[in-house]
Design a protein around this ligand. Structure first.
Ligand code: HPA
Length: 248
């Protein structure tokens, strides 16, 4: 086992099931007090640094957003000593400049999910923690992502509000209209509770959101086509390793 510290852990969402360029791979099966993560954590060398990669939905995409064991995933990366966690999330775009294939580093979250285990305190006898969540993402890590993107020559939108919905279905037009009025710029199903769990463990965390489609009622399409989602997602996902490779 490599003794060098894991600088960055990446939680890959839909469309990102492995990290191209990860070398000297070691697959680690981690048990946590909260159960098993979505799969093995793949550790390896990535452009001169130790990285860890975990597929949020499992490597064959078998775990739906509302069934992901977010606590086990985040805890496993913490147990491995990751210095920071980057969540890569497929999203729908609501704001006019956040159309398909755009990459966004959001700075705010509104949580519309329900019934998810969203705290490490949710265990008999655990001490209750009321973490500050005014800024849900770690600003230094957001800055690192911006810098990585700039070095890699990849355009990203800096800032935006991620609305986290329950899924697995997509939203109605009225739900997206309400989210727009609420101030959401993006919609996705997996941004929460991942972000708050990282905060509870004081683990630096940021999100790199990949816009796969216009959210319901935002573009010209009457319906959202899955084929289109995957085509846009593939194009956006291709930029992710380039950004990660040049992180400071
Ligand atoms: N809604 C919710 N989650 C998503 C979407 C969407 O339109 N696209 C990709 N993930």
């Amino acid at each position: 086992m490599s003794t060098s510290r894991i600088a960055y852990a990446v939680i890959g969402g839909t469309g990102l099931y492995q990290l191209p360029g990860l070398e000297n791979i070691e697959r680690v099966s981690v048990d946590t007090p909260y159960g098993k993560p979505s799969g093995e954590v793949v550790c390896g060398d990535f452009h001169g640094r130790r990285f860890a990669f975990l597929a949020r939905h499992g490597e064959n995409h078998s775990v739906a957003p509302h069934r992901v064991n977010y606590r086990a995933n985040v805890h496993a990366l913490h147990q491995l000593g990751a210095g920071a966690v980057i969540g890569v999330n497929a999203v729908g775009g609501i704001r006019d400049d956040m159309g398909p294939r755009v990459l966004v580093i959001p700075d705010q979250i509104i949580d519309y999910t329900h019934g998810r285990l969203s705290s490490f305190c949710d265990v008999e006898g655990a001490e209750v923690q009321h973490v500050d969540f005014t800024e849900p993402y770690t600003s230094a890590l957001r800055e690192a992502l911006r810098e990585g993107a700039s070095r890699a020559g990849v355009t990203v939108v800096d800032g935006g509000c991620y609305g986290a919905t329950q899924g697995p279905r997509l939203e109605t037009r009225a739900e997206i209209a309400r989210m727009r009025r609420d101030g959401c710029d993006l919609v996705g199903m997996t941004g929460m509770p991942e972000a708050v769990l990282a905060r509870e463990l004081e683990l630096p965390y940021a999100c790199l959101a990949l816009v796969a489609n216009w959210a319901a009622g935002c573009g010209d399409a009457v319906e959202i086509s899955l084929e289109e989602i995957f085509a846009h997602l593939d194009a956006a996902t291709a930029h992710v390793p380039k950004i990660l490779a040049t992180l400071p």
